[in-house]
Design a protein around this ligand. Structure first.
Ligand code: ADP
Ligand code: MG
Length: 808
């Protein structure tokens, strides 16, 4: 056994006035004896014990263990010393309240890395040896004082230390139980050094083998000092008996310096977990406070996730259906879609806004890059003609808009002129741009493509294919506008109209220019008058159009505005036929040769207006617009790349710009979405910060509450690191709970939000919390709480174990 020797130990405290607690104490102890230290309160007994136990540090003098000085001991050496060589027994037992008796005893061994089963067995054995084998799973508050003290003794001896230090172990016990405790201590003292501080002189007298009186920090008397002659023989005898053991212990002493105690992460976690379990309510509230930020962030993520998914799907599914269009003539170049070198929009000539002084500047609008004139050359048409061969996987259909005007008559109750255009040369496809509907548009794309988005409804409904066939497009309620019916000359109030009434019905007739316009004496052409309509309709000239089918947007289509506009849709074959006949008409030839409008006789104000008239009358058969229908979103990107490639290396005026309506819509929505997301994320971030701070505070309170436990753990050899590990484990658990709780609540809320949104705007499952986001958020919550808990955990490690133990 290592001999314990104190040489002139001095210790003073400097809080407020200086207290000299120990004024030079020299003592030597035998490897096994029962020493009682007696003395009035405040004479330094506890200080002495704490210094022997390595809980407190001496100021001067030396403490040697088996001849080895401890002057140069580091923290970890003291930790190991406490854990391996010292067992503490306190007056107030110092058991950890939220642990069972068995766990309280086991805890000392969890620091020295003993296997679970061995730990358990040893703890049981120690508890049995103090007569508590039947109370293993009780908690400290279920035991009497004497029993608790016996648990404390079991804890002190379970690691088989050399020295047991007991500070007034019977101070809180009645005389009967005191005797039991003293019996146990005396038994232990047969193989170990037991140093006991007590007030009870009688018990000391009766049980201990040596009594030391302390007074004012000095040894007053020692009943059996080692240096005395009477002891000499015994000491020699003992030394001889244990010499081999001493040698062994000396190497052990070497090990003592190197040896480390450490609390495993699992121990720290289970300790914290059990502590948290004892205060479930508060843990839940803490976790809830922490989860609020997580809920916020999770919801924002779920919503913006869902929204951008929705937008993407919308774009991919529906907006992708909108063509990329190239139109002849003057284009307004939109910043996001224009070629890169066309982007220098905005007014000014680079001289800055809000000029001061008497400045008037002149801006040339035509020189401005916001406008661009597309000149569709034969070369360009050739280039476009090849796109379907070049990008078969990207392009669904290419259709050409014609500026030709059709003379259409409708035969309802009366024969009426069916106006087919708002403004003459507009080649834009239906859907966007038109202020009032014309109910008249060309079927764009091919049959497969249209039927991928539209259902043919009604008995006998068939897709129109020939020039003399048309289809009626109804909305999702099977509605057609009253104005449309009236335009057809049908009674708009007719309530019992059926789908089948329309199918197979000849409704309209397209009259060729030569029959529609008559040349008068002055050489001007006059369109047919209303009175001539009936005769024209019944005449031989022209193509009668028959409705072959009814088209309705498919229910699963996510767009409310489809490819086709409501009303009549005719085939490209009709356009071709009309263009053919118009180009050979007399009025077309006449217009080609004249600088005046051959109908009104008025001169053209601008060259472009003549061009438009030539287009309308069929004298110019070149398409006015090209619509390229991509297969999907990727396809659209490829088409655009193909179109951009044409412009490469071309001078600015030779470039051809295109329009992508869906992208414009998409980017506006995306910008709104981003703005909303940023704002929401900001709010969520604030709540995250607030809840992090809250967790920090609550952890700090927990540190204050667990001061005693920190002291106990330190007294049995826990390092500072272990203490911070303990609190970090606790914050991690709280962080995990907060994260999991937050994700759970957020998930429940997404269900509610989806339910509500579904009711209001008919979008299925908008809010979607992705599993990856959920995991990241839980981890983030753990990280944040860990950070929040770092300062309190640090504070916990700084606690002086002696003061921690003194606290209640
Ligand atoms: P005892 O255990 O014999 O009653 P202590 O060893 O606890 O006495 O205390 C000895 C003296 O040192 C007392 O005067 C006490 O007030 C003082 N003391 C003990 N610990 C501290 C401390 N941490 N800070 C300041 N003074 C202390
Ligand atoms: Mg004391």
């Amino acid at each position: 056994m290592s001999k314990l020797r104190l040489t002139d130990i001095k210790k003073s405290y400097h809080s407020g006035e200086v207290v000299h607690a120990l004024k030079g104490v020299s003592l030597e102890f035998r490897a096994s004896e029962f020493v009682s230290i007696l003395g009035p309160s405040g004479c330094g007994k506890t200080t002495l014990l704490n210094i022997i136990g390595g809980l407190d540090r001496y100021d001067e003098g030396d403490l040697t263990l088996g001849g080895k000085s401890t002057k140069h001991f580091k923290d970890k050496d003291w930790d190991a010393y406490r854990n391996r060589s010292i067992g503490f027994v306190f007056q107030n037992y110092n058991l950890i309240g939220h642990q069972t008796i068995l766990q309280n005893v086991e805890i000392a061994m969890t620091l020295s890395g003993i296997s679970v089963s061995e730990r358990r067995a040893k703890a049981k054995q120690a508890l049995e040896s103090v007569g508590l084998g039947d109370k293993l799973n009780k908690r400290p508050n279920q035991l009497s004082g004497g029993q608790m003290q016996r648990v404390a003794i079991a804890r002190a001896i379970v690691t088989d230390p050399d020295i047991i230090l007991a500070d007034e172990p019977t101070g809180a016990l009645d005389s009967h139980t005191s005797v039991q405790v003293m019996d146990i201590l005396r038994e232990i003292s047969k193989t170990k050094l037991v140093i006991m501080v007590t007030h009870n002189g009688d018990l000391a007298e009766e049980y201990s083998s040596r009594i030391i009186h302390l007074r004012d920090g000095e040894v007053q008397s020692d009943s059996r000092p080692i240096m005395s002659d009477t002891d000499h023989g015994e000491r020699t005898r003992e030394a001889a008996a244990t010499s081999s053991e001493t040698a062994a212990k000396d190497t052990d002493g070497g090990k003592l310096n190197v040896g480390k105690t450490s609390m495993s992460l699992t121990t720290a976690t289970s300790l914290s977990f059990r502590n948290l379990l004892t205060k479930k309510g508060r843990t839940l509230i803490t976790a809830f406070a922490g989860s609020i930020g997580i809920i916020g962030v999770a919801l924002v993520l779920a919503l913006s996730n869902g929204l951008s998914n929705y937008i993407t799907t919308l774009q991919a599914e529906t907006l992708a259906g909108f063509p990329v269009t190239i139109s002849k003539g003057v284009q307004q170049v939109q910043a996001p879609t224009g070629p890169p070198d066309e982007l220098t929009g905005g007014g000014g000539s680079g001289e800055g806004e809000y000029p001061s002084g008497d400045v008037l500047r002149v801006a040339d609008d035509n020189a401005d890059a916001e406008q661009h004139t597309n000149t569709l050359t034969p070369e360009y048409f050739d280039y476009i003609a090849k796109i379907q061969d070049e990008l078969p996987e990207a392009v669904n259909a290419v259709s050409y808009g014609s500026g030709v005007e059709m003379n259409v008559l409708a035969k309802g109750d009366d024969v009426l002129k069916f106006e087919t255009s708002q403004s003459a040369a507009s080649g834009a496809p239906g859907g966007f741009g038109a202020s009032a509907p014309t109910y008249w548009s060309e079927l764009s794309g091919d049959e497969d493509y249209v039927l991928s988005m539209y259902d043919l409804i009604g008995e006998g409904s068939r897709y129109p294919s020939a020039a003399n066939e048309v289809a009626v497009v109804v909305n999702s309620y099977n509605e057609v506008d009253k104005a449309f019916l009236e335009k057809l000359g049908l009674n708009g109030d007719n309530a019992d109209l059926k789908l089948t009434d329309l199918i197979g019905k000849p409704l309209l007739k397209v009259i060729p220019n030569d029959a529609y316009y008559t040349k008068d004496a002055s050489g001007l052409f006059a369109p047919a008058s209303a009175s001539a309509y009936e005769a024209l309709y019944d005449g031989d000239e022209g193509t009668e159009l028959t409705v072959t089918g009814i088209l309705r947007l498919k229910p699963d289509s996510s767009s409310s505005s489809g490819l086709l506009s409501e009303g009549l849709v005719y085939t490209p074959a009709l356009t071709e036929a009309v263009t053919d006949s118009a180009s050979g008409s007399a009025i077309a030839a006449a217009q080609q040769d004249s600088d005046r409008d051959v109908v009104s006789g008025a001169p053209f104000a601008e060259e472009t207006m003549k061009d438009a008239r030539l287009q309308a009358l069929g004298a110019d058969t070149e398409p006015t617009s090209i619509s390229i229908y991509p297969k999907d979103f990727d396809g659209k990107e490829k088409v655009k790349a193909y179109l951009d490639a044409y412009n490469d290396g071309k001078s600015s005026e030779d470039q051809i710009v295109y329009t992508d309506l869906s992208e414009m819509i998409g980017s506006v929505v995306q910008t709104m979405l981003d703005t909303v997301s940023y704002v929401l994320t900001g709010f969520a971030g604030i709540s995250l910060v607030v809840s992090t701070i809250m967790i920090g505070i609550i952890t700090y309170v927990s540190v204050l509450e667990r001061t005693k436990e920190i002291g106990i753990l330190r007294s049995i050899g826990a390092r500072k690191k272990d203490i911070s590990r303990l609190f970090n484990a606790e914050t991690l658990i709280v962080g995990f709970t907060a994260g999991a709780l937050g994700i759970g609540i957020a998930y429940a809320l997404t269900l509610v939000i989806n339910q509500v949104l579904n009711g209001i705007i008919d979008i299925q499952n908008l809010a979607q919390l992705s599993p990856v986001n959920a995991i990241v958020l839980v981890l983030g919550s753990m990280l944040l709480t860990l950070i929040a808990g770092l300062i309190p955990a640090k504070a916990a490690t700084k606690k002086d174990p002696v003061i921690a133990l003194r606290s209640e």
